[in-house]
Design a protein around this ligand. Structure first.
Ligand code: GLU
Length: 274
């Protein structure tokens, strides 16, 4: 069947509309525009989807910053941003910003921009209670789980992977499920993430954090390369810290997990735009 000129024009118009819709969310044309924010959906205390609600410290910082940038809460659309997808999501403009335990690294800075940092965590190990693993050096010959596209998996590969059996899964929650099932000996990522997962009711009393962080993970706000929002975001983070809201958000989201942030490096000074 031949397409008429009219049908073709209609298709072209539809395609143009679709393109516009995909690129939207900058908020520049005012009035009801959405801002798309990438967060984790499966990290309790940081970024967690609970029915239609989004909870956690990353979510609270994201809401505060978005509000300072002029977005009301109902203009925010939270999107799942798994570790391995973050750079691509920013490069393809699928999200405007990412608040997802996203460490600022030189490697990532080649393809995305960062504001922040708004928190500093450290890589640690979660093990079964009474495990004989007390440091990363004890991991040789053990089954360790981490997440594809994370700094955590990378560090293990570079430093300890010679004799460790590293399994990479899409999310840390999956790693912890595997450890509860007995196939994994340890899970590695940032201490604050591990603390939130271990405090889940189903796991209480089963796991413990080794508690000797072996890296510094500076959580940045991921932005598309060339973004003009970096300074404004840093100002918003500074305001959140100075107002006491940052501390409140951190405390309420880590309550009951036994986690204490490293006070030597927290709260950080947002300086990543420079
Ligand atoms: N902060 C680390 C990273 O950005 C580990 C946590 C994560 O995978 O989000 O890779």
């Amino acid at each position: 069947m031949r397409k008429t000129g009219y049908a073709f024009a209609a298709m072209a118009a539809a395609a143009a509309l679709t393109l516009t819709a995909c690129g939207g969310g900058s908020g520049d044309d005012g009035g009801g525009d959405k801002v798309k924010i990438g967060i984790k959906f499966d990290q309790p205390g940081l970024g967690f989807k609970d029915g239609d609600n989004y909870k956690g410290f990353d979510v609270d910082v994201a809401k505060y910053v978005a509000n300072e940038l002029g977005y009301k809460e109902d203009q925010i659309e939270f999107v799942s941003a798994p570790s391995a997808n973050r750079e691509t999501m920013l490069q393809n403009n699928q999200v405007d910003m990412i608040f997802a335990t996203y460490s600022i690294t030189d490697e990532r800075k080649k393809v995305v921009d960062f504001a922040g940092p708004y928190f500093v965590a450290g890589q640690d190990l979660l093990v079964k209670k009474d495990s004989d693993i007390t440091s990363p050096e004890d991991l040789n010959g053990k089954n360790l789980c981490s997440v594809t596209g994370s700094t955590s998996a990378r560090k293990v590969k570079e430093k300890y992977a010679s004799k460790v059996n590293l399994q990479e899964l899409p999310g840390y929650a999956e790693c912890v499920t595997q450890m509860a099932g007995g196939t994994i000996d340890a899970v590695t990522t940032d201490d604050i993430i591990l603390a939130g997962l271990a405090a889940q009711p189903a796991y209480q009393g089963k796991f413990e954090l080794v508690g000797k962080p072996f890296s510094e993970e500076r959580y940045g706000v991921g932005l598309p390369k060339g973004s003009d929002k970096c300074e404004a975001i840093n100002e918003a983070i500074t305001k959140m810290i100075d107002s006491g809201e940052w501390k409140k958000a951190l405390e309420s989201n880590t309550e009951g997990t036994g986690y204490t942030p490293n006070a030597k490096v927290n709260p950080p000074k947002p300086d990543a735009c420079a």
